[in-house]
Every structure is written in structure tokens, then in C-alpha cells.
Write a protein that binds this ligand. Structure first.
Ligand code: 0X9
Ligand code: ZN
Length: 438
């Protein structure tokens, strides 16, 4: 006879087994397609399909550059018919993305279990850490390094999570003649690989400082989780969630969330979606969301010395600058030069099989997009503002796109830091030169 305690244990085991099974059920039968377009007409047609069918375009197809599109079981027929009618070639990258999601979860969990005990204080780069872990870590950094680290709260998210960020400065931000560099990640919830890159920057600026000039000459603001509600939702429910978790946009809450990278005050609403259900929904007005207001407000006192602003996204191995309407900022040439320096620094240490970084104006390289954070920063007074698109993995495990393979986490963080450092140094040099000339 089984005891009541054993029954309870079996019951709990069954529950957790079904919870794991149910977790990625939403994605069961979703297929990831590789799309090859012959010309610009085909590219436009495929990209516009996104307005007719609820497909998830991971990479926009261009002649010479295949696109990646995730399509649900229900929408597959309509999608494939449209491709056939237009004569667009495609192949299947992942037949059932749910299997990849399960693989990602297993690999990350195994890596977390096996991780080596760290000899120093800090977060490891073997797995992707959740909001609460990062939040506690930031607090701890503030306590351990009070001489040059301040942990501050930018405000709350839609669901009330505290959004913390670090201010790293040898002069507690009191010296107005020092340049400020701002780094942020996870504005888009599903772009998990971006989190270790800001955590790595923190590690190299606070715990394992090997390049003193970076802390002596620059004041840093680092916000690792800009969109904590969306981020947590991408862990607990919908892995490819991109937006924040704003509700009440439509009666009955049929659709949730604002794309925070369409919500900043930069040509707001001109190249984004007004459809609440779209992944690029811009929100009811510019800066309608607490998560975007937070960024604006924490930078407000430092705008005149904001030498570099970098919003880290994934994926695509790109360094993008403004503007999202195709117009170049007045300092376009300098933006390009510093962008190239950052890209070269990354390319020098990247894995050989990875593509080189591409640098340029967002419209020239990707697409039109309004309300972007880096466009806003550039317009609001930052000397140099960029969006990074970190690489996707595409290794042996077959995980790609937004899916993270633990084997790539530390490398992605390390190589990105090489780019960030190159940018920060160039920005600081330009800033000090300007001060000297005044
Ligand atoms: O579309 C976006 O928001 C970014 N790409 S992503 O795949 N991470 O969603 C690129 C935004 C770049 N925007 C500007 N520089 N304006
Ligand atoms: Zn993004």
C-alpha cells in the first residue's frame, strides 16, 4: 500500500510532468521556414504577408539573404499557397519548433546543473538567468561595491516589477566633464542572448576589472532587463513573446502588449503597426509605456554628456544606426566609422564560421521602423546611438534564431563586450576632444 505522502509525491510529479509537456503546447506544429526571394518584388510580397496572415517574421528576406518565418499549423496552408502563387522558393528549417523549445529548455537546464562553482562572486555565463536572479544580483553589487556602484530603480513595469539598473562611476556621476555610456538589453522579451552581454559588461566593469581606463574615464549606466514582464512571460508561457505585457488595449484583452521599440518618440507611428495584435504595435501614443518612460527619465539628467547609447537586440550580426525613416543623422559619417570599429573588434574574436557583422543605417540594412529607442536617443542628444543585433547560434544542436544554446552564451557575451569597449573608447575620446576644444 502506498502512503498518503507517496500519493502526494506521485501527484506532484505528474503535475510537473504535464506542466512541462503543456508549456510549449502553443508552439506545437509551428514550422520555421527558410525563404529565398529572387528579387525585390518577391521580398516585398513575402514581407507584406505579415499584414495578412499572423506569421512571425524572424528575419526579413532580401535578394541574396534568406528570410526566416515561423508559421503556425493553422496558418500554414494559406502561407504556403501565397508562396506558391508568387513563385517564392522555401525550405523547412525546423518542422516542429516545439521540439526545439524542449531541446533549448533541456540544454539550458543541464548547463545550469553542471555549472562549475565560480571562485569569485558573480553570475555564470552557462545559462540564461531569470528576472529575480538578476534583480538580486544587482542589489548585491550595490552592497558589495558601494564606492563606485549604485543600484537604482528606474520605476515599475506594467505588472509592477521593479526595473533596476546600475550606475557605475568612480565619481558617483558628480563629475559633469565625464562621458556617459548607456547599455541596455531585453527591450524585446524573447531576445534572451542579449542579457548575458550586459551582465558581462557589468562583470568586467565591477568584479573583474582588467582595463581600468574604462572605469576611470567613463560613467556607465547599465539596465540588463528593460522589459521584465515580457521577459518573464517568455520564460513561463510564450517563448517568442516580443512586446511588454500591457493589457486592456482591446475589450476582452484579446491582444496584449506594446512593442517597446516602436513606442519611443522618434517619428512615432510612421513605420509601425496600429493593430494591437501585431508584434510591432506602437501603443496608444509615444511613451505610453512605463518601460519606455523609464529610459527617458533616467537619461534626462545626463543627455548633455551621453556619448554613447547602445540598445542590444538579437539576431542578425548587425550594428544599426538611425534613422528608421531612412534619413541619416547629421553625424552619419561618424556613426558609421565608430560602428565599423565596433564591428571589427567583434569580428576579430568571433567564431570563424559566423558571419561578419554588417554596419549601417537601419533602413538600408533591415527595414523601416519608427519609435525605436536608439533613434530617440540620437534625436534627444546622444552623440552616438546604436542598436546591436547579436548573432544567432546555428550550431550543432540545431537551435537557431532566438533560441539559445548554452555553448554560445559566454562567447556571445565576450565578443559583444569587445565591440562595446571599442565603441565606448572611441566615444569617450571624441567627447574629451570636444571638451578640450571648447
Ligand atoms: O525591429 C526592431 O525593433 C529591431 N530588430 S529586432 O529584430 N531585434 O526586432 C531593430 C530596430 C532598429 N531600429 C532603429 N535603429 N531605429
Ligand atoms: Zn529586438
Amino acid at each position: 500500500m502506498l502512503s498518503t505522502k507517496m500519493y502526494k509525491t506521485i501527484f506532484i510529479l505528474c503535475l510537473s510532468f504535464f506542466a512541462v509537456l503543456a508549456k510549449h503546447e502553443f508552439y506545437d506544429g509551428h514550422t520555421l521556414y527558410n525563404i529565398v526571394v529572387k528579387d525585390v518584388q518577391q521580398a516585398e510580397l513575402v514581407n507584406e504577408l505579415g499584414y495578412q496572415i499572423p506569421i512571425d517574421i524572424w528575419t526579413y528576406a532580401k535578394p541574396g539573404q534568406p528570410g526566416q518565418i515561423l508559421v503556425s499549423k493553422e496558418d500554414k496552408q494559406q502561407f504556403l499557397d501565397a508562396l506558391h502563387d508568387a513563385g517564392v522558393a522555401y525550405s523547412i528549417l525546423t518542422e516542429n519548433i516545439r521540439e526545439s523549445l524542449e531541446l533549448e529548455e533541456e540544454r539550458l537546464a543541464a548547463a545550469a546543473k553542471q555549472k562549475n562553482e565560480r571562485s569569485t562572486f558573480g553570475l555564470d555565463f552557462e545559462t540564461i538567468h531569470r528576472y529575480e536572479v538578476v534583480d538580486a544580483y544587482l542589489e548585491e553589487l550595490g552592497t558589495r561595491f558601494p564606492h563606485y556602484v549604485r543600484v537604482e530603480s528606474a520605476g515599475r513595469s506594467v505588472q509592477g516589477r521593479d526595473i533596476k539598473y546600475l550606475k557605475i562611476s568612480t565619481s558617483h556621476f558628480q563629475n559633469d566633464t565625464k562621458p556617459v555610456v548607456m547599455l541596455q538589453s531585453l527591450l524585446h522579451a524573447r531576445e534572451w542572448i542579449t542579457l548575458p552581454s550586459t551582465l558581462y559588461a557589468i562583470e568586467k566593469l565591477v568584479i573583474d576589472v582588467t582595463e581600468r581606463d574604462l572605469v576611470d574615464n567613463i560613467d556607465w549606466i547599465i539596465m540588463p532587463i528593460v522589459n521584465p514582464d515580457g521577459y518573464e512571460w517568455s520564460h513561463t508561457d510564450t517563448r517568442f513573446w516580443r512586446k511588454n505585457r500591457r493589457v486592456g488595449l482591446l475589450p476582452g484583452d484579446t491582444c496584449v502588449g506594446v512593442d517597446l521599440n516602436r513606442n519611443f518618440d522618434a517619428f512615432w507611428g510612421t513605420a509601425s503597426s496600429s493593430n494591437v495584435c501585431s508584434d510591432t504595435y506602437h501603443g496608444p501614443s509615444a511613451f505610453s509605456e512605463p518601460e519606455t518612460i523609464n529610459i527617458r527619465e533616467i537619461l534626462r539628467p545626463y543627455m548633455s554628456r551621453l556619448a554613447l547609447y547602445i540598445d542590444i537586440h538579437s539576431h542578425g550580426s548587425m550594428i544599426l544606426y538611425g534613422f528608421g525613416n531612412g534619413q541619416l543623422p547629421p553625424n552619419g559619417l561618424i556613426l558609421h566609422v565608430v560602428g565599423v570599429a565596433m564591428a571589427q573588434a567583434i569580428d576579430e574574436v568571433k567564431w570563424a564560421e559566423k558571419p561578419n557583422y554588417v554596419v549601417g543605417n537601419i533602413v538600408a540594412i533591415l527595414y523601416r521602423a519608427s519609435g525605436g529607442s536608439s533613434d530617440w536617443a540620437q534625436l534627444a542628444g546622444a552623440s552616438l546611438a546604436y542598436t546591436y543585433e547579436l548573432p544567432s547560434y546555428r550550431g550543432q544542436s540545431g537551435l537557431n534564431g532566438f533560441l539559445v544554446d548554452p555553448d554560445f552564451i559566454e562567447q556571445a557575451a565576450y565578443e559583444t563586450w569587445e565591440g562595446l569597449k571599442a565603441g565606448a573608447r572611441q566615444a569617450a575620446t571624441a567627447f574629451y576632444r570636444q571638451i578640450a576644444e571648447k
